[in-house]
Design a binder for this molecule. Sequence first.
Ligand SMILES: [Zn+2]
Length: 68
Amino acid sequence: MKTKRSMKERECTICDAFIYRGDQYGQKSVSLGKQASWSIDQRPVEKIPAFAWSDFRVKVDICARCAA
Ligand SMILES: [Zn+2]
């Protein structure tokens, strides 16, 4: 995984290690389930067409050791 220099302090999602400013870290995107982007009307969730659903993804921080 490609790593970059951290501009702030953060925590590794995998091993909970502290990532200091200036340390190398990686980012990966994880799926947290589905999210509907349907806002045309107030229809119930089960009536929302399949194409309106997309993966809800967030980026998590990973220390250089876990990224390697
Ligand atoms: Zn780690």
